[in-house]
Design a protein around this ligand. Structure first.
Ligand SMILES: [Zn+2]
Length: 103
């Protein structure tokens, strides 16, 4: 009769990979003698680090997207600056022509 203490899912012993399903959490691996609690603790730690890795990957991807956006904006700024410079050059030529016509 399984109690709350029983491992209900497939769980490999951390040391020897024996399937601990059906065994009490408070017991030991029948193959190698490792405390089942150790395997459970280890599994939580692994899940924690997997979660951290996932978060880190997301941050890196977000940062990469932000970099790409910034690079695109910088190239827009460069394009607009070049257009503005050309426009200012045209304006000063027009002013010089107007000055000559007026004098
Ligand atoms: Zn074992």
């Amino acid at each position: 009769m399984p109690s709350d203490d029983t491992i209900t899912q497939h769980l490999e012993c951390h040391a020897c990979r024996y399937d601990l399903k059906g065994l009490p959490r408070s017991g030991r691996c029948p193959e190698c003698g490792l405390f089942i609690a150790f395997t459970l603790e280890q599994r939580h730690t692994d899940e924690y680090f997997a979660e951290q890795d996932k978060d880190m990957k997301e941050y890196r991807e977000r940062a990469a997207r932000a970099d790409a956006l910034l690079a695109a904006q910088e190239s827009d700024v460069a394009r607009w600056s070049a257009l503005l410079a050309r426009w200012e050059a045209i304006q000063s030529r027009i002013e010089r022509v107007l000055d000559r016509l007026e004098s």
